[in-house]
Design a binder for this molecule. Structure first.
Ligand SMILES: C[S@@+](CC[C@H](N)C(=O)[O-])C[C@H]1O[C@@H](n2cnc3c(N)ncnc32)[C@H](O)[C@@H]1O
Length: 284
């Protein structure tokens, strides 16, 4: 299991009965999580939730506030600061399990010169900020949702990266990669987080199983001769890390090293982890 060691402001307090209880800088949220199939480990602490996301029968859901909460607040991960806010679709603007990849990117870049990073399906920019903070000369951040790009810009400013070279692009990731290949651009690091199912900026349908092959092909073409990493996160049920590792192995042949594992979050003061998908990493 790949998991982050220290996240100052985030703790997974408990999970069970298809729900999780988390502390986001002291603000305690209770949200659905279909992976938590076991019974709650600490049933006595769940009343501490300050906001509770209920699924509705008609799809979607709503937050029930037990206490008045700020509309948004900050959480700190090492030297990065992010805005979190409970959204209508149960997310908070951050996937904390990804902190393991931010640490990994930080170690690989480690203030080396001439490192250009492409972050695809980049959401609010956790990996973008980690790469920029680690000294990447340029980070290109691509997401189909304009609102997510605006949120990522707030995270850039909160993390003290306003003056760094970060390009924010609203586009379909595959189309953008194909254009970058035609322009002859190259990257030393690529990270992607494709959803199981999504929509591009022109409402074009994204289905993981149809797009993962072309995404990997384009990523490999965009990696420079000095490439440091390619990281692929997947959440799609039935497509484990082994599927992606095999795909990468077939393309890279004997070049570099491949590591593939589940990614998850430890439930504090227990031996349990909440699984959050898979991460497959190629490094040179
Ligand atoms: C699972 S989230 C990524 C989470 C993020 N990497 C993180 O850890 O913070 C998926 C993102 O992909 C974007 N997206 C979905 N389909 C897309 C497409 N075809 N092209 C670009 N972005 C897309 C969504 O807007 C969303 O922000």
């Amino acid at each position: 299991m790949i998991s982050t060691s220290i996240f100052q402001d985030y703790q997974l307090l408990d999970a069970g009965d298809k729900e999780k209880l988390e502390s986001w800088n002291g603000i305690i949220l209770r949200r659905p999580d279909p992976m938590a199939l076991w019974p709650k480990l600490k049933p006595d602490i769940w009343d501490s939730a300050m906001a509770y996301y209920h699924r509705s029968n008609k799809g979607g859901g709503y937050w029930e506030y037990k206490k008045k909460l700020p509309e948004a607040w900050k959480v700190q991960f090492q030297d990065l600061t992010f805005k979190v806010s409970p959204t209508n679709f149960k997310h908070t603007g951050l996937f904390p399990e990804q902190a393991a990849n931010w640490e990994y990117i930080n170690k690989l870049i480690n203030n080396q010169k001439d490192v250009k990073v492409l972050n695809l399906f980049a959401y609010t920019g956790g990996a973008t900020m980690a790469a920029s903070k680690a000294g990447a000369e340029e980070v290109v951040h691509v997401d189909a949702a304009k609102g997510m790009i605006e949120w990522a810009k707030e995270n850039r400013d909160l993390s003290g990266l306003t003056d760094k070279k970060i390009r924010f692009i609203v586009d379909d990731c595959l189309k953008f990669m194909q254009r970058e290949i035609r322009r002859g651009h190259k990257y030393e690091g690529i990270i992607m987080d494709p959803p199981s199912y999504g929509r591009g900026p022109d409402n074009e349908l994204f289905k993981f199983e149809e797009k993962i092959g072309p995404l990997v092909d384009c990523a490999i073409e965009l990696l420079s001769d000095k490439a440091l990493f390619l990281i692929i996160n997947t959440y799609t049920t039935g497509y484990s890390q082994t599927v992606i590792a095999n795909l990468l192995r077939s393309k890279f042949k004997d070049k570099g090293h491949i590591e593939a594992d589940e990614i998850g979050i430890p439930i504090i003061d227990t031996d349990y982890y909440l699984p959050c998908g898979f991460t497959t990493r190629w490094t040179k």
